[in-house]
Each structure stands twice: as C-alpha cells, then as structure tokens.
Design a binder for this molecule. Structure first.
Ligand code: SF4
Length: 185
C-alpha cells in the first residue's frame, strides 16, 4: 500500500485487505527491490534461481501486524509503495467520503471473515495462504472425492455451496470497489 499520511492512518490502517491475502495471492518484486534485504526483514521472498525468474512473496504478508501496520514500512518493496487501490483513489479525489469508504471496508472485511469461517468449517486450517488459494485447495479436495470426515456428506456439500457463493460475492466486491483484478499483485 502507498499512502498519504492522513489517508494511510484513516483508511489503510482500518483495512489491510491488500496485505492479508484477501485481495492478492502474492506480490511481485520489481527491479531495484533488494530481495536479500527483504528476506532478512522476514518477507518470504524465494532465493534467486529457486523458481521462475520472477520473484514473488506470498500473502498474507509476514510483515503485516495485527494492528494492520506494516512492520517493514520504511523498507517495503516497490509494489507496496506504489499500490493504491480504487477505494483509496476515489477518497483521495474526494469522490467518496471517508465514512462511506470505511463502511465499504467494514462490509468487505466481514465478507472475508465469512469466507475464512467457512474454510475452517471445511477443515482448511492453513491460514498463511491467500483466500483464493485456500478456496482452490478445498475445491480440489472435493473434486477428488475427499469430503472432510468431520462432516456428514450433505452438510459438507451445503458448506461448500455456501463457501462458493461467499467467495463469489467477495470477489465481485473486490473487483468493483478495490481492484479490477484481485489476485494480480
Ligand atoms: S511489505 Fe508491508 S505493505 Fe507490503 S504486503 Fe507486506 S505488510 Fe503490506
């Protein structure tokens, strides 16, 4: 996230959706980013040559604090410095009032929390992965016929239907209010 001082305090620090795995699966390093330094600061940046030449670190970000501050704010990567979501832009341009934007954030965070709850109910406990990846992981298991054994089959499929709808509704809101292509960090 890139923030002016006031909006950073009043908007971004009440949101966190661009760092907590709701909006993006990962963040791509840019030329000039010091991968070794970012790794030393605790970001989960893969070592050079370990994967594709493009290096990305996963979301939820290891530097995101419970109070939604960035622990490495002064040294954060380029994408984080430059990124402004659509909601930030319309508030900065005074096309949307701050209270309305905060309401949007509250509602979206509630939607994301509903997705997390349903993922947990379906046995997906790995919270250090983006919501999109977790949903795919759960779907893959169902597709392979692996229904969670702590639920009866009917309940499991009901929960999956509820989760699919919740993910779809969250995705629509993210696209219309925050970023046209969630997942593309
Ligand atoms: S480095 Fe900071 S700004 Fe960038 S994704 Fe992590 S918590 Fe967010």
């Amino acid at each position: 996230m890139a923030t002016g001082p006031d909006l950073g305090e009043n908007l971004c620090l009440r949101c966190g959706l661009c760092c907590d795995g709701t909006l993006f699966r990962d963040v791509e390093l840019q030329p000039g980013d010091d991968a070794a330094q970012l790794r030393a600061l605790g970001l989960l940046v893969p070592v050079a040559g370990s994967a594709a030449s493009i290096r990305r670190f996963p979301q939820p970000c290891a530097a995101l604090c419970p109070d939604l501050k960035c622990r490495v704010y002064a040294d954060r990567p380029t994408r984080c410095r430059e990124f402004e979501c659509a909601l930030f832009k319309v508030v900065a341009a005074k096309r949307v009032e701050l209270p309305a934007a905060l309401k949007t954030i509250r509602q979206t965070r509630q939607q994301a929390e509903k997705v997390r709850r349903l993922l947990r109910e379906l046995g997906d406990a790995g919270e250090r992965v983006s919501l999109a990846k977790r949903f795919k992981r759960v779907k893959r298991k169902f597709d392979a016929g692996e229904v969670p054994d702590h639920l009866d089959t009917e309940t499991a499929y009901d929960r999956l239907a509820e989760l699919s709808l919740a993910v779809h509704e969250l995705d629509m809101r993210l696209r219309t209010k925050f970023h046209p292509d969630p997942g593309d960090g």
